[in-house]
Design a protein around this ligand. Sequence first.
Ligand SMILES: Cc1ncc(COP(=O)(O)O)c(C=O)c1O
Length: 408
Amino acid sequence: MYCFRVVGLKKLDKSFLPDAGLEAAIELLREVPSKRKILPEGFPESGFGELETLELLAPYVLGGAAKLDDPKSFAHMDPPTPWITWATSLWNARLNQNLLHYETAPFAIEAEERVIGWLAPYFGMDGGHMCSGSTLANLTALWAARESGGIEKIVASDTAHLSIVKASKILGLPIEIIESDSEDKITRKKLGDLSNACLVLTAGTTKTGVIDDLSLVGSAKWTHVDGAWAGPLRFSRKHAQLLDGIDKADSVSVSAHKWLFQPKESALILFKNNEAATKEISFGGEYMSSPNIGVQGSRGASAVSLLATIIAWGREGIAHYIDLSMSNSEKFAIEVQKSERISLWAFPQTGVTVFRPVDLSTRDFMANLPSGMFSSCNFGHETWIRSVAANPMTDIEQILRIVKKVLM
Ligand SMILES: Cc1ncc(COP(=O)(O)O)c(C=O)c1O
């Protein structure tokens, strides 16, 4: 299909210049060769050249991953990404900017400031920064809560994301785990003295998508809301009120690589008072023109992709895809609820629907479904099926037809 060059070491200099091979890479995205050639067994002594390498790897890389935009893809919190982010990711890879150093990334730093400046007010926050995921966003929040907020313990429900327990271990902060109620939410009456605590509330729990009672925001010395999954509902006129109360939090995490359709690794940590919160978690160095804020050191320009998406779609466009995802999960839950052969755990609050067949084991049920259609979750010893509406291209009718066929 393409003509390959044999690479001599001298020709390698061209490896750093824009090359027609980039167009071949895009062609391969459109038409993935299915036949896999054998990969080198070990570290090759001489290189294969870029084009041949792309041809060689395409069936593995492009053919060896779930298609998150498949109409049957309804399983995980990983969305398909819009092509504008593929283009900006290519620009980012070409520039390899480091947000630590203003000199390498003057515009990318501005892009991040713009993105944060535009998004933070939806959560009542006044600033923040981007990091590579919400595990780091949560760690950063709890670190700031300890350093600037003076908290001495973390209080979270047993449905909080595992990154909260991880952060407590890393920070050496004791954690009190509160048993959740039958709706999977933090139990208000089980909360003790919060005067020296960081209370972690989740807006969209990982297992069931439930939102903790946000009227609890403000009842502790510091409240952190983990909005990794459901935070972007704030941009929807239809669903924003589900997160009412979030604006009184001290810090909020939001994953852009979930419901903002960004490529990994992209998340936001936002603070009510960014300057005060980050003062004690910022460090200078003699080789740096501005302090390094937060946990991560070198950081790429994921803000550029987010900025591009926001400008390309506007708030309305983002809300459109979130609303579509929400209505897909509602449609799915309504149909599932009608079936006598399926038990619905609860009506989905934020696009996560949990259910199980009544007279078939979940394992047998899952084994007969296309992979990537659903995932699973456990309640004690019981396994349930979990679907997540991160893919706006989901075809609910098609999914329901397949589910009915398996159950009949
Ligand atoms: C509620 C919640 N918080 C935090 C995280 C961690 O995010 P990441 O995987 O981006 O580190 C997740 C991931 O699924 C999550 O669902």
